[in-house]
Ligand binder design. Structure first.
Ligand SMILES: [Zn+2]
Length: 224
């Protein structure tokens, strides 16, 4: 059984919001203080690509999820599980696998919009594993091992009732077809299709999705 925690205190855990123009310099300062950012989530090559992407808006309005989380005051929802499960004090655990060292940094800013969408979905699947482990811990479960540390399943954990579970986490995200419909809409292209149930949002009274209010081409299957 692997032991985790306690979570070391770190500047990244003190959530506050930033104006858009403040985010990159604020993240740079935070990264200097936080090894979870500097060594796991945004090491040097990742950080340089995050900065380059921030300077080049794209048709899908894709943005670094780390910068966006910092701007919105919720970066700790990403960094807290990294601190808790992948670090000891302020050092990255030596048993963090090479695969996860490759997979966890934000490096999805390549290719066209659909390729970037696919790359981000793969990255976020790994982040979500850690968030689920944190969520279980917050509910009183004891996480006993992680695939990130070489275990055979995503999460091994013991419930408050002392039952042991092996847990596989699947991040669904938005399908490529759903994403293409959104992208067409953002480009002002009329297109139509059915959204998968996981992409469905609460419809507005006019049947349009909130993020697509200028187009009349996309309607949710469940709208009345
Ligand atoms: Zn930190």
């Amino acid at each position: 059984m692997t032991t985790f925690g306690p979570t070391a205190d770190c500047a990244c855990l003190k959530g506050r919001e930033y104006r858009p123009e403040e985010v990159v310099p604020a993240f740079a300062d935070l990264r200097n203080e936080c090894a979870a950012l500097r060594e796991v989530l945004a090491p040097d090559d990742s950080w340089s690509s995050i900065i380059a992407d921030a300077e080049n808006p794209n048709a899908a309005a894709h943005r670094s999820y780390l910068l966006l989380a910092l701007q919105r005051g919720c970066l700790d929802r990403v960094t807290r599980p990294v601190h808790r499960f992948l670090m000891r004090s302020h050092e990255v655990r030596s048993d963090l696998t090479n695969q996860y060292r490759q997979d966890l940094p934000e490096r999805w800013f390549k290719g066209d919009e659909v390729e970037r969408h696919q790359r981000f979905r793969r990255l976020f699947g790994k982040i979500v594993e850690l968030q689920v482990a944190q969520w279980l811990t917050d509910l009183g479960w004891t996480v006993t091992d992680l695939e990130a540390l070489g275990h055979r399943c995503d999460i091994a954990a013991r419930s408050p009732q002392e039952s042991s579970f092996s847990i596989e986490v699947k991040y669904l995200g938005q399908t490529d077809d759903d994403f293409r419909l959104v992208l067409d809409s953002m480009r002002g292209i009329r297109s139509s299709g059915w959204f998968g149930p996981y992409a469905a949002r609460v419809p507005r009274r006019d049947g349009l999705t909130p993020w697509n209010s200028r187009s009349t081409s996309i309607r949710l299957p469940l709208s009345s």
